[in-house]
Design a protein around this ligand. Structure first.
Ligand SMILES: Cc1ncc(COP(=O)(O)O)c(C=O)c1O
Length: 386
């Protein structure tokens, strides 16, 4: 019998939940109308769009008109940074981000630097945590935006978003958070947390790829990136991906119902995994020991390369990742791990294991039996090994 493959890379992407797929299906060939059309096909589509917008807004306690649909988290992050920068440049040209942002924030910031803006990058401690006091110190008279990732896609550390939001609100500076990894997994309340803009994506929570959103608080001044037919209040022209949005909303609805129970289940599996992996000699956990995503564990193993471990595990039928999906193909030490103070050789030996809806205790046991063997074999042939 063929051995079942074990998927432990849910932070990279998730399979579409069959309930999501079922909800989407009628919107491909039956309810296919364009939301901008005046006839009944269009009106039916428009109604579905607004009903589903409400469901997504409800998860983070936003108003429906504060959700702008986009095509990806990358687009949402570009829209947040560039849109705020250009709409508010008369007020100032200074932006604050952290040193562990996803490339879609870091590269947007870098592009803005080339176009006359100034960017401060706040460093993190050894757990990858950003200090609110340091943000407060970095704020200047001309600061227009603070953008801090909610939970790291690589090491899973959850940032003190509520405290950072409070500082920004007091100083009347817009606050954006990239919540692509936390949305649907841990509770978020944009009002309590003083968030003005928030990035979320469907395919990280068992929805389809190609659909995401940016929460934009009412009254926030932002320039669109895409100009055209004026969809999404003129902030994101493009015919909306209605089937995708219906799937996104269904995925959100399921997360909302199951979040607390699932969070607990995953935390138990994750903690069991961490406790047992750390029994391997010369291994350590990256990211915060407690303030981390329920489904994330990130380790470094001395004297071996993360890529070699991931390849050997893949041959054994277990899919994991080194760092993030975006950097794992680059064979460079992760900039996030370097930012936490790891030496390049420690960062090279890192492995990200991310759990999800279909991860079982049995799969974790198989992983825990396989990993020590793989590391032992690799250390035996490693020129760096003791
Ligand atoms: C935190 C974070 N932000 C942004 C993105 C970009 O998402 P996408 O490639 O779907 O645009 C990712 C993807 O992994 C992510 O983890």
């Amino acid at each position: 019998m063929k051995k079942k493959k074990i998927y432990l890379d849910y932070a990279a992407t998730t399979p579409v939940d069959p309930r999501v797929l079922k909800a989407m299906q009628p919107f491909f060939s039956e309810k296919f109308g364009n939301t901008m059309s005046l006839h009944q096909f269009g009106q039916e589509a428009k109604l579905a769009l607004e009903k589903n917008r409400e469901k997504i807004a409800d998860l983070i306690k936003a108003k429906p008109n504060e959700i702008i649909f986009t095509g990806s988290a990358t687009e949402s992050n570009n829209f947040a940074l560039k849109g705020i920068a250009f709409a508010n440049r008369h007020k100032g040209k200074h932006i604050i981000i952290s040193s562990i942002e996803h490339p879609s924030v870091e590269e947007s910031a870098r592009w803005l630097e080339k176009n006359g803006f100034e960017v401060s990058r706040i460093s993190v401690d050894k757990y990858g945590s950003v200090s609110p006091a340091q943000i407060s110190k970095a704020i200047r008279k001309d600061t227009i935006l603070v953008s801090i990732i909610h939970a790291s896609n690589e090491i899973g550390t959850i940032q003190p978003i509520e405290r950072i939001g409070k500082i920004c609100r007091q100083k009347k500076i817009y606050f954006h958070t990239d919540a692509a990894q936390s949305f649907g997994k841990i509770p978020i309340n944009v009002n309590k947390m003083n968030i003005d803009l928030l990035t979320a994506s469907a395919y990280k929570i068992y929805g389809p790829k190609g659909v995401a959103c940016l929460f934009v608080r009412e009254g926030v001044k932002i320039e669109p990136l895409l100009h055209g037919g004026g969809q999404e209040k003129g902030l994101r022209s493009s015919t909306v991906n209605l089937a995708g949005i219906v799937g996104f909303a269904k995925a959100v609805e399921i997360c909302q119902k199951e979040m607390l129970k699932e969070k607990k289940r995953l935390e138990n599996l994750r903690d069991r995994l961490i406790k047992n992996v750390l029994k391997i000699e010369d291994s350590f956990l990256n990211g915060h020991p407690k303030k981390r995503l329920p489904n994330n564990a990130n380790f470094s193993f001395l004297f071996v390369e993360g890529e070699s471990i991931a390849i050997q595990l893949d041959l054994a039928g277990i899919a994991v990742s080194t760092g993030s999906a975006c950097s794992s193909a680059k064979l460079k030490p992760s900039s996030v791990l370097l930012a936490t103070g790891l030496k390049p050789e420690q960062a090279q030996g890192s492995l990200r294991i991310s759990l999800g809806r279909w991860t079982t205790r049995k799969e974790i046991e198989v992983f825990l039996r396989t990993l020590p063997k793989v590391i032992k074999q690799l250390r035996e042939i490693s020129p760096f090994s003791r």
